[in-house]
Design a protein around this ligand. Structure first.
Ligand code: FES
Length: 176
């Protein structure tokens, strides 16, 4: 009899359970809901971050380059070769210098105008290639030849003086 009574004695509820009366199933459910909320907040934050980048790009467009910038010695880049360099300003911008032919140099921004992948000069094709989506640009002018890039590559003027290569902002032609 005593054993039977023992069997039916109500389980003693720990005090913490009566203070926080949440069933295990409910607790899991709350956890999922909180997690979904967290994901929502995270994606909202990321979207906000992207928005800030776009707004900054529109509100603070890249400033024109001031003055000349030394790139390298002319004999460091053989005809047909490319040289990668950077110019530090309000941000670091990567460029490529191409020694197209004897006394013919070109310099372009290295960021593809599609989704900013790094472009490179393909000596075998005589073109600039973006490997991400098979975009091609003219190594002579930077114009888009093929693929999704929407705009030509921004270009710098190259000046070779005393065996040294410099770049500067392209001089705009005067229109009368
Ligand atoms: S990022 Fe260059 S073609 Fe898409």
């Amino acid at each position: 009899m005593a054993e039977k009574e023992l069997h039916h004695r109500p389980e003693k509820i720990p005090s913490w359970k009566s203070d926080f009366p949440i069933e295990e199933e409910q607790a899991t459910h709350v956890g999922r809901r909180e997690f979904a909320k967290f994901l929502g907040l995270l994606s909202g934050t990321l979207a906000l971050g992207n928005g800030v980048i776009v707004i900054k790009a529109l509100a603070f467009p890249a400033k024109p380059l001031e003055g000349e910038h030394f790139v390298c010695n002319a004999d460091e880049v053989a005809v047909g070769k490319m040289f990668q360099f950077e110019i530090e300003g309000s941000k670091i911008i990567p460029y490529i210098l191409i020694h197209l032919e004897e006394n013919e140099w070109r310099a372009f921004e290295q960021k593809c105008t599609h989704l900013t992948c790094a472009v490179r000069y393909r000596e075998d094709l005589g073109k600039i290639e973006c490997p991400c989506h098979h975009g091609f640009f003219s190594a002579d002018t930077g114009e888009v030849l093929q693929g999704p890039p929407p705009r030509p590559l921004p270009r710098l003027e190259v000046v070779v003086r005393d065996g040294k290569v410099y770049v500067r902002e392209e001089q705009q032609e005067q229109t009368v």
